[in-house]
Design a protein around this ligand. Structure first.
Ligand SMILES: [Zn+2]
Length: 413
């Protein structure tokens, strides 16, 4: 299958594009395949670190990441955060909780054992659910060459009440579960089980709309566990499509939106930096389909097309990185709705005062290993990777997700 699959895909591509007189399809090179067979990962030991002076650090909750905690002196505790395996992109997720028998104030030193550097501004929560940025007076990030500090310091006031500290403002799958439950109260939303993850978690897609599946849309997020800002943009996008307005109702009667909000539930649950429990970056597995998550979603989409005779016209994969970026397909290539993505980005961005979007189309016209590429080259869906900055203000993220949905509904009507 490993040899057959790319050839089959290539054959499919030729078939798709040879049928389209408008397609500018030239210079297809070999597909650059990245190995995606499962690799071992290190499972962090789930435990509570009993430090002196009756201070406790724990990783015993969903989404936690903490490998070690040691007291250095009365006012300093050093912690170690490690990745699930290597090589790995530098997205060092951390999440842990702290409490103490009596109120105490001390500094927490973040260390990464040469496996990474401190990237995410710490978020604090009193209930493990709602997070906000730590006070800037309590956070020290040493200035170093290339902006990659290997340690960071956070001043913490602990008490018998638990305090959560995390790399982003969401931990675990509870938010996603609650959000889906809210959406499922709407009569045009239903859930579809499409498979199971390696650890036995349900892989689930939401169907939004009352249309006949002739024209379909796809939105996914959280292939990479720490990329919560991308999830928040996807959430705002989906909620706008679900609105009770004449425009949204009409849109839903013509287009069905399929959504997979959490592509990597095992990775999220285990507090991974990037990979699934197969130790693989899922966004490199959209040609090989060695991992259950990519296998399930691609099979779902291909079956949808085969059963309905319809097609996917639009797809977006929501991520987060250092800054807001749109990764798009080479504009010379035309899918099922030529010009949709550039128009969509232009129109939605125009509505944000002073915002000049960073758009990076692929330079070649070759298929690659990402979801974005799969959506376009296999389905002809006009597609983009919607990257939100790690520190983009949450209201702006919401606005961008919402405006993208509004302009999409206008462009596709
Ligand atoms: Zn990502």
């Amino acid at each position: 299958m490993k040899i057959l699959h790319p050839i089959l895909s290539l054959f499919l591509l030729v078939l798709i594009f040879s049928c389209k007189s408008t397609a500018k399809w030239e210079g297809q090179g070999p597909i650059q395949i990245v190995p995606t067979e499962s690799k071992p990962i290190d499972l962090q030991e789930k435990k509570t670190f009993d430090l002196e002076n009756r201070v406790y650090f724990s990783n015993q909750f969903e989404g936690a990441r903490l490998h070690d905690a040691k007291r250095i002196n009365d006012s300093l505790i050093s912690i170690t955060i490690l990745p699930e395996n290597e090589p790995i992109n530098p997205s060092p997720w951390y999440a842990f909780k702290i409490w103490s028998a009596s109120p105490q104030t001390f500094w927490v030193k973040f260390t990464y054992s040469d496996k990474g550097f401190h990237r995410y501004y710490p978020k604090i929560s009193q209930d493990g659910y709602a997070y906000s940025n730590a006070d800037s007076a309590d956070f020290v990030l040493p200035t170093v060459a290339e902006g990659r500090p290997t340690e960071a310091f956070l001043k913490v006031s602990s008490s018998p009440d638990t305090l959560w500290v995390a790399a982003q403002d969401l931990v675990g799958t509870q938010h996603v579960t609650d959000w889906k439950a809210e959406l499922l109260k709407l009569d045009f939303v239903e859930k579809i089980e499409i498979g199971q993850s390696t650890n036995g978690r349900t892989l689930e897609v939401l169907k939004i709309g009352t249309a006949d599946d002739q024209k379909m849309l796809m939105a996914i997020s959280m292939q990479h566990p720490p990329e919560v800002p991308g999830y928040l943009a996807m959430k705002a996008f989906v909620e706008t499509i679900c609105e009770d307005s004449p425009e949204a109702r009409k849109f839903r009667s013509k287009f069905n939106l399929y959504v997979m909000p959490q592509m990597n539930p095992d990775g999220v649950s285990n507090g991974h930096w990037r990979h699934n429990v197969g130790g693989i970056d899922l966004n490199r597995d959209w040609v090989n389909f060695n991992q259950p998550e990519t296998k399930a979603l691609s099979a779902f989409m291909e079956k949808k097309v085969a059963d309905s005779g319809g097609k996917f016209v639009f797809a977006a994969d929501f991520h987060a990185t250092w800054e807001d970026i749109f990764y798009t397909i080479n504009e010379d290539l035309e899918g099922n709705f030529p010009g949709l993505i550039p128009k969509l980005i232009k129109r939605s961005s125009k509505r944000i005062p002073g915002y000049d979007p960073n758009i990076r189309p692929t330079e070649t016209n070759e298929r690659s290993v990402t979801s974005n590429s799969y959506f376009f080259f296999v389905h002809g869906a006009e597609s983009m990777t919607f990257e939100v900055g790690d520190n983009t203000p949450r209201e702006l993220i919401r606005k961008k997700g919402e405006l993208t949905a509004r302009e999409l509904m206008r462009l596709l009507k």
